[in-house]
Design a protein around this ligand. Structure first.
Ligand code: G6Q
Length: 557
């Protein structure tokens, strides 16, 4: 085990941080005309400007060069070896004794990737081909509902990794969606989610996808059962379920038990983690929505970023660079959260998707060997699209007491060109990162207010309020257009960023015991909630809440 804080590069970074603490971002730009050209990178259609970060560059050598020191930390942490192990099917998920081979899902047909001695690529492409053939039948109108009508609505029932990826991607690629097919996602066990969705669709023309890796998840099974009841309340017969319900799962037995013909099931494998499963048959709603060709483009964009992550030296490796910046801010500069600000309305679920990817993967506090981690690990990830955010939470990132490193994400071209809207969007995006960095000094505020004719007294009353500290870091990530290939590459950029962070922190990114805990707890509490007895077996608060709910809901026996 390598505790990150014991590595030589860690101490070197601490010393470097202390030595460069007073250097502001604006000073760095003023003293270095080559900064933008030096601190940027491009791969798989993704361009990143990371020059607006607290990174000093030094002609004097690595000791003054933050990025070089961070790369040294990655090297000492064994990032390259761990990466190669992940790609070749090593047990990188040791607490579940599994490889984590989502990268194989986007590998080309002729690749050879082994699990327990068997090449998994042919089976991956076999399922992908079945998914695509099925999607073609639904999209063309050949697949008919029980009254002979083509499908018009797809309802994906799944949660977590079996929901967020397809939901995010179908929203992100809305301009590529099929004209006839409307996509809906039901995840929450709150009955309102299913009820409100069913109000918008008809049983004769709706296809339900029950998406669950384990096919044991309480919420998904409850929603699936209620959806089937709703379907059978129409004129449909039990035999018609086969035309309207398909499953995506690794658990054929449970799928059959639920009543879905396993001919209508699309499988995947236990070495695909839920939050990494978008690329597997879990992507079925995406294939139905954008079509097989576009989905294959998405896979090829993802694969291009995989190749970049494997082949590019750490120094110019984009996922590694983003990860190192997060380590720098989290462990050396005291930042605790990370903002994702997509300037692309279609990416409105991307922050939520990254929230799961990042926080479920790196929300850990023990090392791989089970010992306690003594440094901070995954930061809180949050965000909402710009420009909306500018009229809301941006206040805090400009003038609040927290320094929040931000990723601005923006396509250079719009998929919906409309007058000068896209110029306005781009201008706002670039202006925000500039303003966060530059800030506004008290003298600038005074001059501005004086020029507007404000009295000296009023200026002094307001100057503190209108001053911006600046020096707030950000990355700006651009793509030409947010098409399927670009989205694939963008998602994988973050997947490998998260993996690299975990490699440095020496934590396990591919398990989620906190999520498993929730699944167990709900079952135990449900038994008490519906048991009709006064409950005394929990703490006083939980007992009180359960007993109050039972009494107030009038369901006590
Ligand atoms: C993802 C998590 C979790 C999971 C859901 C749904 O990495 O494990 O979000 O995807 O709990 O699980 P099922 O697909 O098994 O229903």
């Amino acid at each position: 085990m390598s505790r990150p804080e014991d590595l030589p590069a860690w101490s070197a970074l601490e010393a470097h941080r202390d030595a460069t603490a007073d250097v502001s971002l604006t000073t760095l730009f003023e003293s270095d005309p080559g900064r933008f050209d030096a601190l940027q990178g491009e791969a798989a259609g993704i361009f990143i400007d990371f020059s607006k970060n607290h990174l000093t560059r030094s002609a004097a050598g690595a000791a003054g060069d933050t990025h070089a020191l961070l790369v040294q930390l990655a090297r000492e942490s064994g990032v390259e070896e761990k990466r190669d192990s992940m790609f070749s099917g090593g047990i990188v998920n040791p607490t579940e004794h599994r490889p984590s081979l989502h990268t194989a899902l986007r590998a080309p047909r002729d690749a050879d990737i082994r699990v327990d001695g068997d090449n998994v690529v042919p089976a991956i492409h076999e399922v992908l081909d079945r998914v695509c053939a099925f999607a073609d039948r639904v999209r063309s109108g050949e697949w008919l509902g029980f009254t002979g009508k083509p499908i018009t609505d797809i309802v994906n029932i799944g949660i977590g990794g079996s929901d967020l990826g397809p939901l995010m991607a179908t929203e992100a690629l809305a301009p590529f969606l099929h004209d006839r097919l409307n996509l809906h996602f039901v995840s929450n066990v709150d009955g309102s989610h299913l009820v409100s969705t069913c109000k918008r669709v008809g049983p004769e023309t709706t296809l339900f996808i029950i998406a669950s890796k384990t096919f044991t998840t309480q919420e998904t099974l409850a929603n699936a059962r209620s959806a089937r009841e709703w379907f059978l309340e129409s004129k449909a017969q039990t035999a018609d379920v086969a035309k309207h319900f398909v499953a995506v799962s690794t658990n054929a037995e449970a799928v059959a038990e639920f009543g879905i013909d396993t001919d209508n099931m699309f499988g995947f494998w236990d070495w695909v983690g839920g939050r990494y499963s978008l690329w597997s048959a879990i992507g079925l709603p995406v294939v139905l929505g954008i079509g097989p060709e576009n989905f294959r483009q998405m896979l090829s964009g993802a694969h291009a970023m995989d190749r970049h992550f494997v082949e590019a030296p750490l120094e110019s490796n984009l996922p590694v660079t983003l990860a190192l910046l997060t380590v720098w801010y989290t462990n050396f500069l005291g930042c605790t959260s990370h903002l994702i600000a997509p300037y692309d309305q279609y990416l409105h679920r991307f922050p939520a998707y990254l929230q799961q990817l990042t926080m479920e993967s790196n929300g850990k506090s023990v090392h791989l060997d089970g010992s306690r981690v003594d440094v901070e690990t995954g930061p809180i990830v949050w965000g909402e699209p710009g420009t909306n955010g500018q009229h809301a939470y941006f206040q805090l990132i400009h003038q609040g007491t927290h320094v929040i490193p931000t990723d601005f994400i923006v396509p250079l071209e719009s998929l919906n060109p409309l007058g000068d809207h896209h110029e306005l969007l781009l201008a706002n995006c670039f202006a925000q990162s500039e303003a966060l960095m530059r800030g506004k000094s008290p003298d600038e505020v005074r001059a501005e207010m004086a020029a507007a004719g404000t009295s000296a007294e009023e200026i002094e009353r307001l100057v503190g309020h209108r001053t911006f500290p600046g020096d707030r870091p950000s990355n700006t990530i651009t793509v030409q257009r947010m098409d399927p290939a670009a989205l694939g590459a963008l998602i994988v950029l973050y997947e490998h960023k998260v993996f690299t962070e975990a490699a440095i922190w020496d934590i396990a990114p591919f398990d989620q015991w906190g999520v498993e805990l929730g699944k167990q707890l709900a079952k135990a509490v449900l038994a008490d909630l519906v048991g009709g007895r006064t409950v005394t077996s929990h703490d006083a608060s939980t007992n009180g809440l359960l007993n109050r709910a039972t009494q107030k809901r009038n369901i006590q026996a």
